[in-house]
Each structure stands twice: as structure tokens, then as C-alpha cells.
Ligand binder design. Structure first.
Ligand SMILES: [Zn+2]
Length: 293
């Protein structure tokens, strides 16, 4: 009788220990899947995002940097080297490698909109990469690098400047993306507006989005919206005023970017979002500060 009781007790204790061990292992697996984003890099970040609001609050982004790039050329082919107007492909690769090594998640425009509206949480190390003007060099150089790292980015096009014919790449010429290149790079890039044909400054150095008659601005932005099928805009040279905002609201634009440096937070004015210009000659320390490392 006593021997039986001992056996039962041993069974109960072993069962209890087994349960504790299983629970411990199971919760480890769960936390590895959901939370170890920094250790596991991009794949884990995707899974953190996919589980939406289940992550730990301290692993959500409070604010997100939006990076603004333009034209890229290799160091040895840059005819504008003296005035430093163009970022080198080598520097761009270093930036992307830095984002990758540190487990950053590159978000899309739609995700940023939802984040600002407070509708979704995003991983702490999220970043939005953007390019202005739509240079052919974005396709030639940025596209393969972004693809290699599994990143995505947004390009703001001046839709009347894109071409039907595909020219071969020429570093000495300022070329813009062809429609064919735009269509064949949608696995990496999404496209939004930088106006249809108002990327210009008047004789006083003021942007057309503040100096042209409202009807002309409205017509231009409506055209670009229709051609590109987008509700997102980047202001050329950062120029806009109350009149521009009114037109954008009327047309149904939902998000627009300035060139004011600073991070983007939930609750920000969606038509006046900050962006960091990534200038040629930017130091690695400054880049790391911008992305919040
Ligand atoms: Zn521009």
C-alpha cells in the first residue's frame, strides 16, 4: 500500500516537472519567434510586424526616420564631384549595409500613413527610404543594392519627366527613369508624386507650388495623382503653403513630405511630414544619429 502511494507520488512529481520544462521550452520558442528581432535580423522583424500589436511595447517605434536620397554615381564616374551634388554609390551601399547589420525594417508609404494615424505599431528599428526626382541612377545602382538586402523604398517622380524610350545609362547625363524601368522595379520601389511638371523655381527662387495660380497647381497635382495612382507627394524643394495644403486636401492627397529634418510621430500633420536629407559627404556618425543607432 505504502509502496503504491510512493509510486503515485513519484509519477505526480515527474509529471509536474515535465509540465514545467515543456512550458519553459514553449515560451522560449514563442519569445524567439516574436521578440528576438535584433538577433535574427530582417526576417524576425517581419514577423514582429506581422504579429502586429503582440510585441513588447518597448520594441515598438515611437517615431520613425524618413531618409531622402537623390542621384547616385560611383566615385570614379562622378562629373559633379567638385560641387558634391551627388551621393556616391559606395556611401549608399554603406548606409544600406549599416541598416541591414543593425536589423532595420524598411517600411512602405502606406505603413507610415497607418503609423502616423495611430492604426498600427511598427518595430523600433523601422525606417522609410525615399528618393526624389526619379533619376535613372536609382534603377541602375540603388535597385540592385536594395534588392540584395531585401529592402524597399519609395521614389517621388516628376511624372512629365519620365520617358517612353529606355536609353542606356550615361553617368555624364542627368537621366530620368523610363516607364519601362518604373514598371519592372516595382518589387523594390513604390512610386509617388513630386508633381507632374511643377518641379521648378521662379525668378525669385520660390517653388512653383507656392507661386503659380491655384488652378494650375490643382491641375498639375491632379494629373500626377492620376498617372501614378498615388495619394502621396513630396514637395519640390520643400516649398508649400496654406494654399497648397488646401488644394491637396481637396484632391484627396493623404500624405506629403517636406525637407524639414526630424522624425515622424503618430499624430503628426500628415501633409507636413519631416524628412532627413542625406547629403553627399555625410559622416557615418551623422548617419547613425539620424537612424537612431
Ligand atoms: Zn526634387
Amino acid at each position: 500500500m505504502r509502496k503504491n502511494a510512493n509510486t503515485v507520488l513519484k509519477l505526480v512529481i515527474s509529471g509536474f516537472i515535465l509540465c514545467v520544462v515543456l512550458f519553459f521550452v514553449y515560451s522560449k520558442i514563442l519569445s524567439a519567434e516574436e521578440y528576438s528581432s535584433e538577433k535574427m535580423g530582417k526576417v524576425a522583424l517581419q514577423s514582429v510586424f506581422n504579429i502586429k500589436n503582440k510585441g513588447k511595447p518597448e520594441e515598438w517605434a515611437r517615431d520613425i526616420p524618413v531618409l531622402m536620397y537623390h542621384h547616385l554615381l560611383k566615385d570614379d564616374e562622378n562629373p559633379y564631384k567638385d560641387n558634391g551634388a551627388v551621393l556616391s554609390v559606395e556611401t549608399f551601399r554603406e548606409h544600406m549595409s549599416c541598416l541591414y547589420e543593425n536589423g532595420y525594417y524598411t517600411i512602405g508609404l502606406n505603413e507610415l500613413e497607418k503609423f502616423v494615424r495611430g492604426e498600427i505599431n511598427l518595430p523600433k528599428r523601422s525606417v522609410l527610404i525615399t528618393f526624389d526626382d526619379g533619376y535613372k541612377s536609382n534603377y541602375e545602382y540603388a535597385y540592385p543594392i536594395l534588392k540584395e538586402y531585401g529592402f524597399k523604398a519609395a521614389i517621388f517622380l516628376i511624372s512629365s519627366w519620365n520617358t517612353d524610350e529606355v536609353a542606356s545609362f550615361d553617368a555624364n547625363d542627368l537621366q530620368y527613369l523610363s516607364w519601362h524601368e518604373i514598371e519592372s522595379s516595382r518589387d523594390v520601389f513604390e512610386y509617388a508624386s513630386h508633381t507632374h511638371d511643377l518641379h521648378r523655381l521662379d525668378e525669385n527662387g520660390q517653388g512653383y507650388l507656392v507661386t503659380r495660380p491655384p488652378d494650375e497647381i490643382k491641375q498639375d497635382l491632379e494629373m500626377s495623382m492620376k498617372i501614378l495612382d498615388t495619394a502621396y507627394l513630396a514637395y519640390p524643394y520643400g516649398y508649400y503653403n496654406k494654399k497648397t495644403l488646401k488644394i491637396l486636401r481637396k484632391l484627396g492627397y493623404r500624405m506629403a513630405f517636406t525637407v524639414r529634418p526630424g522624425r515622424v510621430k503618430p499624430g503628426n500633420s500628415l501633409l507636413e511630414l519631416n524628412r532627413y536629407s542625406i547629403f553627399p559627404g555625410i559622416s557615418q556618425v551623422d548617419f547613425e544619429r539620424i537612424i537612431g543607432l
